[in-house]
Design a protein around this ligand. Sequence first.
Ligand code: 5GP
Length: 278
Amino acid sequence: MSLFSPKRKKLYEGKAKILYEGPEPGTIIQYFKDDAACRGPKHDTISGKGVLNNAISSFLMSKLGEIGVPTHLLKKLNMREQLVAQVDIIPIEVVVRNYAAGSLVKRYGLEKGKALPRAIVEYYLKKDELNNPMVSEEHITAFGVASLPEIDEIYSLAMRINDYLSGMFLGVGLRLADFKLEFGRQFLSEHELRIIVADEISPDHCRLWDMKTNMDFGHDIYREESVDVIARFREVAARLGVFPDLTGNTDSNGDVLSMADAAERASQSAKTKEAGSA
Ligand code: 5GP
């Protein structure tokens, strides 16, 4: 199947992303929507958010790739899409925390904003109907969600990613308070698999605080009524030196078309021209 096929198959649609069948076996196209990704947001849809998250996530994943952390990113295709490796998602949300915030503060009565003496890695079972309960390594292995060597690998990758990203964000004046990761199993052959980073790493899944002003730059800003979410996410991108490519195809609203939509539109317009000249 060509990347431009307008008939590509939708595999999954979530809150913030759509997955389509990729052009080669073992590949998937990950499309970033503008819908807010977190629970109870004040903003439902934020025009342009998908473009920024695609750009930031592609940048961070490719940097992780450079230091030897395996990720599912194969290539950023356009403003809203990435070509990624197909994985068997491990249904656990892995949260790494450097500062007290969010559910950690609520659960343990800590003071918000306090630096933790060491980074904490937590696991939450991906089960919306149970409100994603926190689980231990024991639950994960006993329930057969992942094996002990897999959890060890996830833990050490999460810590390495945290060290690298914390340093990168500190370099641009932002504290990485906490963030969420997802991992998947990539089958290299029938008998060989490895654990790789999947999903996305973007402000949607992070708490980021400005080092001087403490201003929020991560997903907590959805809870603020009058904040310009896009301006904040754009600032994160700009500080990282990431500038979304603005040369893609756009529709009449100036929104970006996926490759499939652009191909469909081109084919419709060719048909109309053909009919006109007949
Ligand atoms: P908390 O448990 O404090 O609510 O979240 C910890 C971190 O994990 C935050 O940076 C948050 O962005 C991320 N996180 C946890 N669960 C979700 C989720 O369901 N959606 C998103 N977008 N982020 C989440």
